[in-house]
Each structure stands twice: as C-alpha cells, then as structure tokens.
Design a protein around this ligand. Structure first.
Ligand SMILES: C[S@@+](CC[C@H](N)C(=O)[O-])C[C@H]1O[C@@H](n2cnc3c(N)ncnc32)[C@H](O)[C@@H]1O
Length: 285
C-alpha cells in the first residue's frame, strides 16, 4: 500500500473551522493515514488520533514520523470517543474532527472493499480484532427482506429489491466467500447511471458490517460533551445517510462547505464531501 496515496479532503477549510492554534487540543476521530492530523500538528495543535483499523495506524505512524507528546494514537472505535478521550487526557478539547467512511487506501488493503479485487475475501471489517462479523457472514445469514433493508439505506427501493433478490438467490446455491461471489450474484444488473451496479451494494454492505450510521449517531453527542465552550465540532460526510445524521445533530440550516473546482480537479474522491461545523457557545457547558 502506498502511504501517500490518500489526499486529505477540504484541508484548509478544516484548519480554518477548527481555529487551530499553538497549545490547543484536538481529537481527530478518524485518523486514517494522518493527513488532517499532520496539518493540525504542523500548526501547533496537539492531537489525539482515534482509528479503528490497525493497518491504518501503522500507515499514520509512518507518515507522521515521531509520535511525541503532541500526538497520541488510540486504537478503537469513535463510538467510544468519551472513554478513549479520558484514557488519553483529552477531555475538554478545542475541537473534534471526523472525516467519515474509509480511506482510499482501504480499497487496496486485501479485505474486499472494492468490487474490482475479485480474489479478496469478502471481509470489510475495519477492526479485524474486535469485530466478529464479516461481509460474507452477513450475506450468508440475512433473509431476503433484511438484505433489501440494508441496501435500501443507500439506493432507491425498487433497485434495492431487485439487487436483494439476486444476492439472496445466489446465496441459496453457493456460500459467499470472496468478492467474486458478490460480483457474480450481481451479474447482468444494468449500470446505475455512470455507476457500476456493484458500487452502491459494496458501500451499503461496508456501512452495515461496520455499523457506521449507528456509531456516528451515538458518537456525536459524546464528542460534543468533550468540547470546551468556544470549541468546534467539524464533520465531513460522503453520503446522504451520514449527512442526515450530522445535520440532525447540529440542527443548523446553513449550507455545508463543499470542495472547490480546483480541489476536485486534483482529488476527484472529494466529489461528494460535505463539511458541517458547529461551534459551542462561550457560555455553553
Ligand atoms: C476518510 S478516512 C480519514 C482520512 C484522514 N482524515 C487522512 O487525512 O488521512 C476515515 C478513517 O476513519 C476510520 N474509521 C471509520 N469509522 C471509524 C470508527 N467508527 N472509529 C474509528 N475509526 C473509524 C477508517 O478506518 C479510516 O481510516
């Protein structure tokens, strides 16, 4: 895996929103390859980086060089942000940042995140130590209506039903083991606009395997409790399911910040990014 393949999204907008200054404390709830954390550190902030995936932690360590007093890494899930913050002395912080979903590096990490790598096991767990259920386990155990419900979170209902029937029928004949099986199950599905039919199915499956929407819903209020009066919560989401949760939590009606044309030219992955910001009033506890 190339350590430098991941370009941090909306980086200057994130730094501005967090008001990064010397001696201020921040939590990066989705450390990834450490792109945003390294910018916060370079501007004098100290950072607790939370990351579920051990492989990403190794990459972040390599990218960030020495992990000193200003930078602490905690392996774990951001659903437990309150505990991880306490254990590492990062209660009452100036800002908390989430860059949701997975890193572009995940598509090459051998755990079946991409439909293009057909030989890989259909795993998709971010944390292979504490999560027991893989993507293959889910497909081998869910009923047709449950598969449909899982897919329905990310696509139109008729489409979810057609996909669920194909996936379930294939599963009656053969157990799901690797990426090739799911690609074969979807064989013959027409493209969804420009998208390969497997794109949304793989995303929905990953979101379900990692309980991404539940974890986000439970994490945001815990994060808010850790922020000082005057501090900031910044969240970048990449699809409507995530953005709905962020918008509902923040209760703001302002338009999200989106990448400029210039950024999109350099980093097409930023295409669907939406950044929302919530500042804690100075007199709010
Ligand atoms: C989009 S990437 C972050 C990239 C990072 N900002 C950078 O510049 O390198 C999201 C990261 O969050 C991690 N992640 C996703 N959900 C998580 C969760 N619930 N708890 C902890 N880490 C999570 C993923 O493993 C992934 O590495």
């Amino acid at each position: 895996m190339n350590k430098n393949d991941h370009i941090p999204v909306l980086s200057s907008e994130v730094l501005d929103a967090l008001h990064v200054k010397k001696t201020r404390k921040y939590i990066d709830a989705t450390l990834g390859a450490g792109g945003h954390s390294s910018l916060i550190l370079a501007h004098g902030g100290s950072v607790l980086g939370i990351e579920a995936d051990n492989q990403m932690i190794e990459i972040a360590r390599a990218n960030l060089g020495q992990v000193g007093d200003d930078f602490v890494i905690a392996q774990g899930n951001f659903v437990n942000i309150d505990r991880l913050a306490k254990e590492n002395g990062f209660t009452l912080v100036d800002g908390i940042f989430y860059d949701l979903g997975i890193s572009s590096l995940h598509y090459k990490n051998g755990r079946g995140f991409s439909f293009e790598n057909e030989d890989e096991p259909l795993d998709m767990r971010l944390d292979t130590h504490s999560q027991a259920v893989t993507a293959a386990d889910l497909l081998n155990s869910l009923r047709r209506d449950q598969i449909e419900e899982m897919l329905g979170a990310g696509m139109e209902l008729g489409e979810a039903r057609r996909m669920a029937i194909l996936i379930w029928k294939f599963g009656e004949k053969k157990k799901y083991r690797c990426v090739r099986d799911l690609v074969a199950a979807l064989d013959g599905m027409p493209r969804m606009g420009k998208l390969h039919p497997a794109t949304k199915v793989f995303a929905a499956l990953r979101i379900a395997v990692n309980s991404e929407l539940t974890n986000l819903t439970e994490s945001l209020p815990r994060a808010w409790e850790l922020i000082k009066p005057g501090g900031t919560l910044v969240v970048i989401s990449f699809h409507s399911g995530e953005d709905r949760i962020v918008k509902q939590f923040m209760g703001n009606r302002e338009k999200p910040v989106v990448p400029s044309e210039e950024e999109l030219e350099k980093n097409p992955r930023a295409r669907s990014a939406k950044m929302r910001v919530l500042r804690k009033e100075k007199n709010e506890i």
